[in-house]
Design a protein around this ligand. Structure first.
Ligand code: 0X9
Ligand code: ZN
Ligand code: ZN
Length: 424
């Protein structure tokens, strides 16, 4: 009898746990604040607060240029938070009053467009893969699938090579390394579709005179988790040996100045945790090996991120030094920003090295790729500048896609002029 009750309890408890696990996290009345930081004390306070409590989530880290931070705050913490801001004299503004209402807008788009693949809603990994299968079949004469590797949870990380002829300069696009940056895979898939189907002469030139290696979703585990459990998930999903916190910031995990100069955190609970060692994440180990395997044919690497509307060149580890071809990198970035600026949307893109315009960040794709000899290597932070942040409404997917296409055409045109697309 006793044994039965024990068993019953066990069943109830474990089912309670699984039902909780399978629930999707909600963000009702979670707000995102923009903080104006004017001294070190204020910065220390906010950083400590965010490190110590899960009730805070940094959406945008502090940078010396804007001197602003974006922080999402749990509604149960808001009173205390506002009191602290007052005590420390930190001026602020509400960017997003209720994160859940933005998530609801995304969900509504799914029912409006009846869960069919497209660019008026955000697609799941399964939908992206089914679409990719169709594309590979339809354009089998100019496309080829490649497999980057296998994720921690055992998913296949897939990519598509598009090549119309031999001897083209190569361009790598890495997208959705950060799980919650959904606009990146939406844009990467649209871009693939344009390269293959556009009849615009300029796009045809773009498609046919470059070899494209595009990975629409690199952080597959995190991406699935962000769809199914927690919209704000950024990292990978590999558990830590030292903590109950899960995941590593994959864009801190490449072997480039790994963990130096405070460019990443050694706290497994941090959003910018660098991992137990470089390449601790199978996704990053695999991507680095894939890039090495083709690097002799590759002239340009673009890592798609959101948000902030900025093109970031190396270096991330220091603002004291700059790449040898920094002037060229800035000229090419300017071409992108200027081209986007000519569109009717009026989006403004900034540019500069990571450490000089943002903050010190190490172990990122574009720095590592640069060190491997890919001399045109950028992180592109897409829309927006914080009004919607990571939860960019589906209505802005297509405008972002058009901006990106226009920007990349100009970027590669400038690279061509400067001789960066010649055979290596
Ligand atoms: O911090 C990052 O990883 C990127 N920003 S994001 O908001 N998308 O997380 C910027 C990466 C900059 N690149 C380098 N550190 N090289
Ligand atoms: Zn190392
Ligand atoms: Zn990112």
């Amino acid at each position: 009898m006793r044994c039965f009750w024990l068993l019953a309890c066990f069943v109830v408890l474990s089912s309670a746990r699984t039902s909780q696990d399978s629930e999707k996290m909600r963000f009702d009345n979670y707000s995102v604040y923009e903080l104006n930081i004017s001294n070190k004390m204020q910065l220390k306070l906010i950083n400590r607060l965010c490190d110590a409590s899960e009730k805070y989530n940094i959406w945008k880290y502090y940078d010396n240029q804007s001197r602003k931070m974006h922080v999402m705050v749990d509604p149960t913490e808001v009173k205390r938070f506002l009191l602290l801001l007052k005590l420390y004299g930190i001026s602020h503004e509400v960017l997003i009053a209720n994160v859940q209402s933005l998530i609801d807008t995304e969900t509504e788009a799914n029912s409006r467009y009846s869960n069919t693949f497209g660019w008026k809603r955000y697609n799941t990994l399964a939908e992206i893969e089914t679409w990719l299968d169709g594309i590979l079949e339809k354009y089998s004469n100019v496309t080829e699938e490649f497999v980057v590797g296998t994720s921690y949870e055992g998913r296949t990380i897939r990519g598509i090579k598009i090549s119309y002829k031999e001897g083209n300069p190569g361009v790598i696009i890495e997208s959705n390394i950060h799980a919650n940056e959904w606009i990146t895979s939406a844009t990467a898939t649209w871009f693939i579709n344009e390269l293959l189907s556009s009849e615009n002469q300029v796009v045809r030139e773009l498609a046919e005179n470059h070899d494209w290696y595009i990975v629409p979703v690199l952080n597959v585990d995190g991406f699935v988790y962000s769809h199914e459990k927690n919209r704000m998930w950024r990292k990978t999903r590999q558990p830590s040996n030292f903590s109950s916190c899960i995941g590593v910031d994959p864009n801190r995990n490449y072997d480039s100045h790994w963990m130096q100069n405070d460019g990443a955190s050694d706290d497994p609970c941090s959003q910018v945790y660098g991992g137990s060692h470089a390449y601790s994440e199978p996704e990053i180990k695999a991507m680095s090996e894939f890039i090495l395997s083709i690097k002799d044919k590759v002239n340009v690497l673009l890592a798609f991120h959101s948000y902030g509307q900025v093109l970031l060149s190396p270096y991330g580890h220091t603002a004291e030094e700059f790449p040898e071809n920094y002037a060229d990198l800035m000229q090419v970035a300017k071409a992108y920003a200027d081209a986007v600026g000519t569109l009717s949307y009026g989006s403004v893109f900034q540019y500069g090295s990571v450490a000089s315009v943002l903050y010190q960040a190490t172990g990122a794709t574009n720095d590592w790729a640069y060190e491997q000899g890919i001399l045109i290597s950028y992180t592109i932070e897409f829309r927006d500048s914080g009004n919607f942040g990571f939860v960019l409404p589906p209505a802005f997917i297509l405008p972002n896609c058009e901006e990106t296409l226009t920007g990349i055409i100009a970027l590669l045109g400038e690279c061509q002029k400067l001789g960066y697309l010649d055979a290596k």
